[in-house]
Each structure stands twice: as C-alpha cells, then as structure tokens.
Write a protein that binds this ligand. Structure first.
Ligand SMILES: Nc1ncnc2c1ncn2[C@@H]1O[C@H](COP(=O)(O)OP(=O)(O)OP(=O)(O)O)[C@@H](O)[C@H]1O
Ligand SMILES: [Mg+2]
Length: 361
C-alpha cells in the first residue's frame, strides 16, 4: 500500500518575471513510485516550476515539501544539493573532461566495486555498455543524453525531476529508453515529476497528468480521465485534432445539422461548442442523395464531400467539406479507407464521445 504522505508536494507556487506571472498558484503531489507529468504547451511555465522544486530558482510565494518536511518557502530554504533530488534537464551538461564511466559515477560515493557495478548496470540499461571509456565529444547528442540519464539515475534519488529528458532521441530508441528509465525509477520507488509538451509521452509514462496552461494547472488526473473527461475545448484539442460545431441552447438542447444534442445544466440561450474527435465520427455511404436513418446513439447524418484522404499507417484521415455550411470536418477510420475527392458521404457523431462546452466570452 502507498503511504499517505506524498514524497513531493508543492503548494501554491508563484513566480513572476518582469511583472508577468509565469507560474500561477501551482499545487501538486507526487507519491513514491509514481510518475506525474506536467504537460503543457511551450512557455506555459513547466521548466520554471521544476527549477523552483530543484532549488536553482526561488519562488515568489508558495511551499515545497518532501516526505512531509518543509524544504522551502519564502523565508526558509534548504540548498539544492541537500534536497536529494535527481535532475535531468533540457540543457543537461556532461563533464567534458571525464569519460562516460566517470560521468555516470560522478554522484556516487562508497565502495569502489559497488560503484563500478552500478555504473555497468546503468550503462547497459541505457544501451551504452561499450561506451564507458569514451569522452562526451565522441558521442552523438542522443548518446550524450543517455549518459546524462544514467548519471541522474545512478545515486537512486528519492525524487527525480525530468525536463523533456527524451527529446533528443529518435522514436524507436526513445520508446525503449523511456520504458527502461521508468522501470529503474519504479524499482527504487522514486517519485518522478516529468515535464513534457508531448501528449503521447505523457499518456505513455504518467500515472497522473497535470495539464498546464498560462502558468496554471487547468486539470489534473489519470491519463484516462484527462482524455475522456476534459475540462474545456483546449484540453481536448491538446490531445488530438478536433471538430467543433457551434450552436445555441434552446430548451436544454442544441439543434444542429447532426441532429439534437443534450445540454444539461447549460444556460438557456447561451452558445456552446460541441467538440468531437476525428475517430468518433462515423462515415456512411450515400444512397442516391439520402443518408442513413437517424439513431439515438449517432443522431442525424449530415452530408459532406471528400476534400482529401490520407493513409497514416494505422488509420486513414479523411477531410470533408460539409454541404450544410461549407465547414471542414475530419474523420479518421482504422486501416485503409481512401475515398476519392469529390465523393459525397454522410457523417454521424457518436453522442457518447462528444463534449459540450459553453463558449467563453
Ligand atoms: N529567467 C527568465 N527571465 C524572464 N522570463 C523567463 C525566464 N525564464 C523563463 N521565462 C519566461 O517564462 C515563461 C515560462 O518559461 P518556462 O521555461 O517555464 O516554459 P516551459 O513551459 O518550460 O516551455 P518549453 O516547453 O518551451 O520548455 C516563458 O514565457 C519564458 O519566456
Ligand atoms: Mg521548458
């Protein structure tokens, strides 16, 4: 069972630069052996948050706690080197005058044979066993990054802060190194706070995602919940392409070319966006100008004309221009489905998969 005390907790962190608030009241907890991803677009304040936790930058207000002990607030501060926090930053730097082995061994102390064993183990796990005697300048960027990763993991930190640690690696290598790194961190029960701007990476790695925007955490939860119960239109759009249908609420319903949508709890007369991901649009054939019959699950079909269709590997992406308003809609279909441009088809929207959000003024 997990202990109730978070390994890492930050409370109400705030940081301003030149009068602009770049981290705005950020709070979160990470339990031992858990991975939390700070996910958000470039410039939203992810790295700044991590730097404050690491102690290389001071917050304007807020608190940082480790294992139930205060580490830093605005009047008290334990220096970075005494926080037992491992760091793997965007701008990692290896020691150029040290070999790969010496770089990985750098933070280790104690028995020499133990250190050798730990270094060997880590080099093997990051796939660099035969590189121990080389110097950083003899390595590719991706190889250097893996050395930095091994170096950060070596002392078995109880908290690991990682800022886009896999960004320099090609896809195939990245998947392997990612999984290996997570295994190592979980084995040692480390609490991990990982920063990324890539939703796929967050979904793949995180036990919990904290979605960040303009310095604030806008939603926090398990990947499944963030993906399936997003707080707003931007939260949906951050994870996938979206289609948006705008309408006005009349009698707790919105009437659209795709039929009616229920809008419980939304104020009468207000505008709403109905947001639907491309994989949740159903495509049906044209029957001499007629579409399929309406159903409760799918509503009414609306007709569109294919603009282009692209094969993407595991799915096909089809783009339509809709007859009723000339808008563009995108649908994805598993495997190969490549209708010719100009072909009329009918689109339906899965009611259980669409999201309705009031339009913000
Ligand atoms: N030392 C600084 N002085 C002034 N502004 C800064 C400083 N460091 C960061 N900023 C600004 O603060 C904002 C947040 O920066 P931060 O590095 O935390 O973003 P990020 O979410 O990590 O983005 P990215 O995904 O691009 O790395 C940015 O607008 C950035 O320009
Ligand atoms: Mg950053």
């Amino acid at each position: 069972m997990q202990s109730a005390t978070p390994r890492l907790e930050i409370r109400n962190l705030v940081r301003n630069y030149d009068g602009r608030r770049v981290v705005d009241d950020v709070s979160l907890k990470v339990m031992p052996g858990q991975v939390t991803c700070l996910l958000g677009p470039s410039g939203c304040g992810k790295s700044t948050t991590l730097r404050m936790i690491a102690g290389v930058e001071m917050q304007d207000s807020g608190e940082i706690w480790v294992d139930g002990n205060l580490v830093c607030d605005t009047s008290f501060r334990i220096p970075p080197e005494r926080r037992h926090i491992g760091l793997m930053f965007q701008d990692f730097a290896l020691f150029p005058h040290l070999t790969v082995r010496a770089n990985v061994a750098f933070g280790l102390s104690g028995d020499k044979a133990d250190i050798q064993r730990r270094v060997d183990e880590l080099l093997e796990r990051v796939g660099l066993s035969s590189y121990g005697g080389k110097y950083p300048h003899e390595l590719s960027g991706g190889e250097q990054q893996r050395v930095a990763l091994a170096r950060a993991l070596a002392p078995r930190p109880s908290i690991m802060l990682m800022d886009e640690p896999f960004s320099g690696l090609d896809n195939r290598l990245r998947d392997g190194i990612r999984d290996e790194t997570l295994d190592i961190l979980r084995e040692q029960d480390t609490a991990v706070l990982l920063v990324t701007h890539e939703p796929e990476e967050a979904m793949r790695m995180a036990d919990e995602i904290a979605l960040m925007r303009n310095g604030r955490i806008v939603q926090q939860g398990a990947p499944y919940n963030i993906y399936n119960a997003p707080v707003d239109r931007d939260a949906v759009a951050f994870f996938s392409d979206i289609n948006v249908i705008r309408g006005k609420v009349q009698g707790a319903l919105v009437h659209t070319a795709f039929g009616r949508f229920l809008t419980p709890g939304v104020q009468e007369g207000s505008e709403v966006d109905i947001v639907i991901r491309p994989q949740h649009i159903k495509i049906d054939f044209d029957r001499n100008g007629r579409g399929p019959d309406p159903t409760i699950e799918m509503g009414t079909a609306a007709r569109g004309v294919v603009r282009r269709a692209r094969f993407m590997g595991s799915e096909s992406l089809v783009e339509f221009r809709m007859d009723h308003d000339g808008s563009i809609m995108r649908a994805t279909v598993p495997n190969v489905f490549l209708p010719k441009p100009g072909k009329p088809l009918w689109l339906m929207i899965r009611r259980d998969k669409c999201f309705t959000f009031p339009v913000r003024a």
